[in-house]
Design a protein around this ligand. Structure first.
Ligand code: R5P
Length: 293
């Protein structure tokens, strides 16, 4: 069997360390040097020949991270690595899954082609599968594992939220919300949403019977916060307060966090697919379990 060695790309150290400990795996050392002109150089300091390399690199704000990943992947191959696995808990560009306007790039597919040429295995968590139904429709990576945060979210809700009523803020969220609610036999409802722009959505609440319930809004991604702000605004107007917001991938900043609190969120919590100050649910065990298979 090939020996494995695990590398962290900058910013992914906590998850990489946790995985290396759980799997008792060697941690690789790769140094990234940035030249005064902004170009970078990677140096692999570990012995990697004939090993299987695992790269931990979540890809939020991807454009700044991709070259580091590419240089490391290529250098490892050149040094004799036999198999390259990328763990990217957040997979980017998945929301650009259609030509929304004439001439638009189909970025999800273009990005998939790019990444597919770099690695032999991809492990990711709850990619935004909407118009694209499964990753293998656009990725040609031989081994793809799409993992889910649903079980962890259900456990967290069961432990922390008395009498939860789960709400998904748009039709796509049905897949996550239905799963999470089903795991703990909680009632749920789905809001209708039409996106009009990056920071503009129109939403319509279904009829809600939520007396004596604690509302939990669940989305896969919080980015500009527009979706949840709209949902919170309407829920608050109907007299519902103290709403917990839970997401898998936290792409938002402090300003948006504060706006969500001001709009009626009592608590905002995320999974550690992207290192973020709202991380409360640790998915390293879910990834480690996949790597053990
Ligand atoms: C999109 O449909 C996703 O499921 C999320 O609802 C969306 O990405 C959230 O983005 P924002 O916070 O910018 O509204």
């Amino acid at each position: 069997m090939k020996k494995s060695i695990l590398f962290s790309l900058p910013g992914n150290e906590a998850l990489a360390k946790s995985l290396a400990e759980q799997l008792k795996m060697e941690s690789g050392v790769a140094e990234f040097h940035e030249f005064p002109d902004g170009e970078i150089c990677v140096r692999v300091e570990s012995e990697v020949k004939n090993k299987s390399a695992i790269l931990v690199c979540t890809l939020d704000h991807p454009d700044a991270k991709l070259l580091r990943l590419f240089f490391l992947a290529q250098t490892l191959r050149e040094l004799g690595v036999l198999h390259l696995c990328l763990i990217s808990p957040y997979l980017p560009y998945m929301r650009q899954d259609a030509h929304f306007k004439p001439g638009d790039a189909l970025s999800a597919s273009i990005f998939a082609k790019l990444l597919s040429a770099w690695v032999d295995q991809l492990i990711t968590i709850d990619p935004h599968l909407h118009r694209i139904r499964k990753l293998s429709d656009i990725y040609s990576i031989p081994e793809i594992a799409t993992l889910h945060a649903g079980k962890k979210m259900s456990e967290w809700i069961a432990e922390k939220i008395p009498s939860p009523f789960i709400i998904g803020p748009d039709e796509e969220s049905q897949q996550w919300v239905g799963d999470v609610a089903g795991n703990i036999d909680a009632p749920y409802a789905i809001i209708s949403k039409i996106r009009q722009g990056d920071r503009a959505v129109e939403i319509r609440l279904p009829e809600l019977r939520v007396e004596n319930k604690t509302l939990v809004l669940i989305d896969d991604i919080i980015s500009t916060g527009t979706t949840l702000l709209a949902a919170l605004g309407q829920l608050r107007a109907l007299g519902h307060g103290k709403i917990t917001c839970l997401c898998v991938h936290a792409l938002f900043d402090r300003k948006i966090y504060d706006s969500l609190l001001a709009a009626g969120a009592e608590r905002i919590v995320s999974c550690n697919t992207i290192p973020h100050f709202t991380n409360e649910l640790d998915l390293s065990g879910v990834i480690a379990a996949e790597l053990k298979v």
